[in-house]
Design a protein around this ligand. Structure first.
Ligand SMILES: Nc1ncnc2c1ncn2[C@@H]1O[C@H](COP(=O)(O)OP(=O)(O)OP(=O)(O)O)[C@@H](O)[C@H]1O
Ligand SMILES: [Mg+2]
Length: 270
């Protein structure tokens, strides 16, 4: 087990901005992710959520401001950062097992133990019997589980997840969320989870950040005061859950109205 002792926050953004040419995508973003925290990011399409993850993973440099991971200002992809994309990025010519093995290899898992670990992950993600299947022979939900398996195999200290379950049906999505929480509960790694699904954000995370329409800023921060471990079904029936969802919903709808008004003055809300 990793015995890394890290007292400070996992990620800090100080006045970070990103621009693509004339287009300012993120502006003056301040954000602190505590070590072991599960943070969700929501906001209208195009507000810069994916850009924010790229910034933290070192794939996109800030035009202004600073980005720290584990207290060090980053100038490239920091070690132990795992990225999961919305569209599964599996190797089509490799089986489920082989795809998961890529994560084990990249993460430096001891070679002699890889086959055993791979099987553990396959079983854990309820893919038993499908290890030798190629991605094209798996359902969308199964492919996403293989992607999650590869991410877990890599054993990141920081999970950057960009709408990882966005393409799944509602039922599978809840199931994947439950599995993710189970894993998070066990290892307590830091997670930044981007989603369009407000209920998903509230049910999984300890804090939700709403990003405003472009240029994206942190518009609102909502703390989710619901204890872990969570029974997602029970949580979704509570008044606290519904209140939090509607608060966030109003915040985002406000943003959408502004965007529409800017596009078409005739549709501006009265
Ligand atoms: N490499 C790039 N070059 C130029 N513009 C880009 C690039 N990447 C993103 N953008 C622009 O930056 C803005 C924010 O994009 P981003 O992908 O971060 O949005 P998002 O919040 O993730 O949206 P969605 O919810 O639709 O995924 C968009 O207007 C997009 O066109
Ligand atoms: Mg995106």
């Amino acid at each position: 087990m990793d015995m890394q002792v890290s007292a400070g926050p996992k990620v800090v953004l100080e006045g970070a901005s990103v621009a693509y040419g004339d287009l300012t995508v993120l502006k003056d973003v301040d954000l602190v992710l505590g070590d072991g925290e599960f943070l969700s990011i929501v906001g209208p399409s195009g507000c810069g959520k994916s850009t924010l993850l790229k910034l933290i993973s070192g794939l996109e440099p800030p035009a202004a401001g600073r980005v720290f991971v584990d207290g060090a200002e980053i100038d490239r992809t920091p070690p132990h950062v795992g990225f999961m994309f919305q569209r599964d990025a599996l190797l089509p010519w490799a089986t489920a097992e082989e795809n998961i093995n890529v994560g084990l290899e990249l993460g430096g898992y001891p070679q002699a133990d890889r086959a055993k670990r791979c099987q553990e992950l396959i079983d854990f993600l309820q893919l038993t019997g499908f290890g030798k299947h190629y991605p094209s022979m798996l359902s969308g939900g199964m492919r996403q589980r293989v992607s999650l398996g590869r991410l877990l195999a890599y054993e990141p200290e920081l999970y950057l997840m960009d709408e990882p379950f966005g393409a799944l049906d509602a039922q599978t999505k809840v199931m994947m969320g439950r599995e993710l929480l189970r894993i998070w509960g066990r290892y307590r790694k830091s997670v930044i989870f981007v989603t369009h699904d407000i209920e998903e954000a509230v049910s999984l995370s300890s804090r939700v950040i709403v990003i405003s329409g472009r240029p994206g800023r942190v518009k609102r921060e909502v703390k989710v005061d619901i204890d872990y471990p969570r029974d997602l079904r029970a949580v979704r029936k509570t008044a606290v859950f519904h209140d939090l969802c509607s608060t966030i919903w109003d915040e985002i709808m406000g943003e959408k109205a502004v965007e529409q008004a800017a596009d078409d003055p005739a549709e501006a809300p009265a």
